[in-house]
Design a protein around this ligand. Structure first.
Ligand SMILES: *Cc1c(COP(=O)(O)O)cnc(C)c1O
Length: 444
């Protein structure tokens, strides 16, 4: 055994003995899984303890939009850590939080003028839900307590966010204690035809027409439902949803935790679609994969309703609200987007993804190739499900070839860093193709 072998074995032993992994059937994990043991990461690559590299096809669960260990982010973190790592925001402010609020509002879609910070995507959504509920009380409509979300929706892990979730296996254990949420058909529910889209819109229209006066908000992942399996829908759906919300006094919350920061091409998917949200949630790319941090952006209508009597205030705030480390990084992320022209330089990369995935659709067993911005996806079965196993065979093949290609069940996708070098991107796209081919070949 080399020293590396024993180091690897030691870490895996501790891991399998003590660690509980997210979204992981632990019995199977402990019995069968040989985990990647990652030691460092740089750019679009993860390196394991043996020095092998893996292209990070999903930006480490969609957060590392600027790749790993961007020198400016590392520098911003260390500089801020030496000055001020944390204070509360209770009667206190500091440069990172105050400036970040100013800077995020400046790049936010028009109308979103206040920034409330929290810790991750789930809490950004939780904040939005609570703001929506309390806003309606302030406006004299306390009966607006229900939410509407799409089938297959994913908005995070808190009970509030889980209530919105439409992935059945994630939701089922908690179904009896969740907030009331009506799920409507996804506009991207399968057959990519106009009829499916029209049905989805008609269903939303019917729900709002019937129960509109008791609905607090419609919550949407704009343009693409990520965890649902990279299901893409048309901007027209969002615009029509916005006007229905207006007609029925329902707030529109857009969850841009995945779609924000250029993942779909433009900075914000909702803004590009021509939709003005009442509340917008951002996380993941927001802090570039360095630290967990998020923001919920609100319009002045929302903010103003909480002014006046102290009883109207929003009594909510996490210990790490506005954390200076996270805020300093989030500011640097915005500066890098500006200085390195990240969105414009991602455009030709997005085109490479689109071209490559269109071709993948020709492979045996591969269906519904699709792409949007820096996302490409295919399905491996007609009824792609989260618990499907086909994607994992591709995962194994890709791992052998030096890529970390975690699937969403039967959906194989890439969502690499927006600044992935072209050579790495081409290698990744070729690895996806080779892995799909290898996984489709009958064994032995
Ligand atoms: C990941 C995600 C969340 C949850 O964010 P966390 O930081 O994991 O809590 C919420 N909404 C969407 C659309 C997401 O993709």
């Amino acid at each position: 055994m080399t020293p590396h072998d024993s180091r690897r074995a030691d870490l895996v032993r501790a891991d399998k003995r003590f660690l509980w992994h997210p979204y992981t059937p632990m019995q199977r994990y402990i019995d069968e899984v040989d985990p990647l043991v990652i030691e460092r990461a740089e750019g679009a690559r993860l390196y394991d303890v043996d020095g092998r590299s893996y292209l990070d096809a999903n930006s480490s669960w969609w957060v590392a939009s600027l790749g790993h260990a961007h020198p400016r982010l590392v520098d911003a973190l260390t500089r801020q850590a030496a000055r001020l790592s944390h204070t509360s925001l209770a009667g206190v402010t500091h440069e990172p939080a105050a400036r970040l609020a100013e800077e995020i509002v400046a790049v936010a879609p028009p109308g979103l003028v206040r920034a409330f910070f929290s810790d991750n995507g789930s809490t950004a959504v939780e904040v939005a839900l609570k703001l929506a509920l309390q806003l309606h009380q302030h406006e004299g409509q306390p009966e607006r307590r229900r939410f509407v979300a799409l089938d297959g929706a994913f908005h995070g892990e808190t009970i509030g966010a889980t209530s919105l979730g439409g992935v059945e296996v994630f939701r089922r254990p908690f179904a009896s204690v969740l907030l009331e949420c009506v799920h409507v058909p996804s506009p991207a529910s399968g057959e990519a035809d106009d009829a499916a889209y029209a049905r989805a819109f008609a269903a939303l229209e019917a729900v709002l027409a019937e129960g509109g006066a008791t609905i607090a908000a419609l919550v949407l992942e704009p343009r693409v439902q990520g965890a649902a399996g990279m299901r893409v829908h048309d901007a027209a759906y969002l615009r029509r949803a916005r006007s229905l919300c207006d007609a029925h006094g329902v707030l529109l919350i857009v969850d841009e935790v995945f779609t924000g920061y250029g993942r779909t091409g433009p900075m914000w998917a909702s803004e590009d679609a021509g939709v003005r949200a009442d509340l917008l949630c951002a996380a993941k790319g927001f802090s570039g994969g360095m630290l967990p941090m998020s923001v919920t952006l609100a319009t002045s209508r929302v903010f103003d309703a909480f002014l006046g009597d102290p009883e109207r205030a929003f009594y909510y705030g996490h210990s790490y609200c506005g954390n200076p480390l996270g805020a300093a990084i989030a500011r640097e992320v915005l500066a890098i987007y500006r200085d390195e022209d990240i969105l414009a330089r991602a455009r030709p990369k997005a085109q490479r993804i689109a071209d490559a995935f269109a071709e993948l659709g020709e492979l045996p067993g591969v269906t519904r190739p699709r792409s949007l911005g820096m996302i490409g996806a295919v399905d491996l079965s007609a009824s792609a499900s989260y618990l499907g196993g086909a994607g994992w065979r591709v995962y194994d093949e890709a791992r052998r070839r030096g890529a970390y290609l975690r699937p969403l069940g039967d959906v194989v996708y890439v969502a690499p860093p927006l600044n992935i070098p072209d050579a790495d991107l081409d290698e990744l796209l070729d690895t996806v193709k080779q892995s799909l081919l290898a996984a489709a070949r009958p064994k032995g």
